[in-house]
Design a protein around this ligand. Structure first.
Ligand code: MN
Length: 251
């Protein structure tokens, strides 16, 4: 039995035979990484936040995927000219997924925007724009370079992410212009680049298997980077345990 892994989706406008229409999009690198790790991916389009607990009940694991910026009004932030693809309906649905996943201790892999969604959902805040506030310009390197690592992240050795990848250091890619400012209660910062930008969050309660990274392991995983693949296999292994418990026969 392969565990079912929900993956949150973007809603870009794409060209269709019916004209330019919004679509629910999950980059195939996510589904490839989940399948390769032994999971069965399922796309989660945003629906009413009230439906999130029932969806979480039917999943064995969750990937909070990357995408546009969170509406700054959700964390008391200020608008910034470089914010993009703000989608409050996606934000509110994903906040509800996080809270339901926390309640059930569902295994989660939170990637880039996903880490930021996790942080804001549980009461944290964000740096609205790294270049204008911190000055670093090497966190936003999109395009073909995403399959190569170029930043070193130092990771707390006793964190869930360090345990998953088997190392207290990782060479990572980076496609973000925002980062965690105030860490949500119940979590700690557990990984940083040399400029002090937070790249890993770790739960105080390690009985909730949640891995949260600011980089994009899905691109590196399909390029056979062992540490990146290990984040997905750790998620799927935790999800397999969830699936076995929830499918135990009655009596
Ligand atoms: Mn970065």
């Amino acid at each position: 039995m392969t565990p079912i892994i929900g993956i949150t989706s973007r809603q870009p406008v794409i060209k269709t035979s019916g004209g330019d229409l919004k679509a629910h999009v999950v980059n195939k690198v996510y589904t490839d990484a989940v399948i390769r790790s032994g999971g069965t991916p399922i796309t989660l389009p945003p629906v009413s936040p009230g439906e999130a607990p029932r969806l979480i009940d039917r999943l064995d694991g969750l990937v909070l995927s990357g995408g546009g910026d969170i509406d700054p009004s959700f964390y008391g932030g200020k608008p910034h000219d470089d914010m993009y693809a703000i989608d409050p309906s996606r934000d509110e649905f994903e906040f509800a997924l996080v809270r339901a996943a926390q309640h059930r201790k569902l295994p989660v892999l939170a990637i880039c925007r996903g880490l930021q969604v996790l942080n804001v959902a549980l009461g944290g805040s964000l740096i609205e724009d790294i270049p204008s506030e911190i000055g670093s310009t090497d966190h936003a390197v999109p395009g073909p370079e995403v399959v190569n690592c170029h930043q070193t992240v130092t990771i707390e050795p006793d964190s869930l992410v360090a345990a998953a990848i088997g190392s207290a250091e990782a060479c990572v890619n980076s496609i973000h212009h925002q980062a965690v400012r105030r860490v949500a209660p119940g979590f700690r910062a557990a990984g940083w680049t040399s400029d002090g930008v937070i790249e890993v969050l770790d739960p105080d309660d390690h009985s909730w298997p949640i891995l949260a990274v600011q980089w994009h392991p899905e691109y590196l995983a399909v390029e056979n980077d062992e540490a990146s693949l290990a984040l997905f296999t750790s998620l799927v292994e935790s999800a397999r345990e969830t699936a076995e418990v929830s499918n135990e026969p009655f009596g």
